[in-house]
Design a protein around this ligand. Sequence first.
Ligand code: IMP
Ligand code: MG
Length: 203
Amino acid sequence: MTDSAADIQEILFTEEQITRRVRELAGAISRDYAGRAPLLVTVLKGAVYFLTDLTRALAVPVEIDFMAITTYGSAKAQSGVVRLIKDLDVEITGRDVVLVEDIIDTGLTAGYLLRLLQARSPATLRICTLLDRPYRRILETLDLAYRGFEVPDRFLVGYGLDYRERYRHLPFIGVLRNEVLVSDAPDGPPSGANAAAAGLSDP
Ligand code: IMP
Ligand code: MG
């Protein structure tokens, strides 16, 4: 693994396209939350890249806070059972909270986090995700208030998205070459976005 742009089969969204879309999302959030100061909650680590760009494009005052989670067992099992390994530093009761995600795939992770946050009685709670892969959704009730791009059933890296902790730093979002995915998989190549299961260390 060379951990470089050479491992990318195809660029799906360039740095410019991402920047433009992030600004549009920030514009929508700024309009909706005018006169308020929402708390943006982000799950480490993938969505951090999106979060920081988003906040810099906002016209409303915001605070940020982080959670860290880990999935039990194989992500392929898609149990939706998640363990919280770092909780928020602040109370969210009565606050306007936006859960900022990098990509929503099955929706199980976001669903778990929403339940956890909702139990603390925020004033409002919405989801903002950069990427959405709706046809893999298991949790179909998920309402995405802000959504950057719909993406195909391919394994994506860059702009925060990783394969086994690598490629996050790439400024674009691209499809990882299949050879890279298979090179260290003991039981054959994972297919499409199912490869996420093979590469996930943090959801
Ligand atoms: P789900 O919605 O619970 O299935 O999981 C979403 C999480 O899976 C995301 O936060 C990512 O960490 C990870 N994920 C899903 N698809 C991809 C991908 O194509 N590349 C990298 N990570 C992915
Ligand atoms: Mg993630």
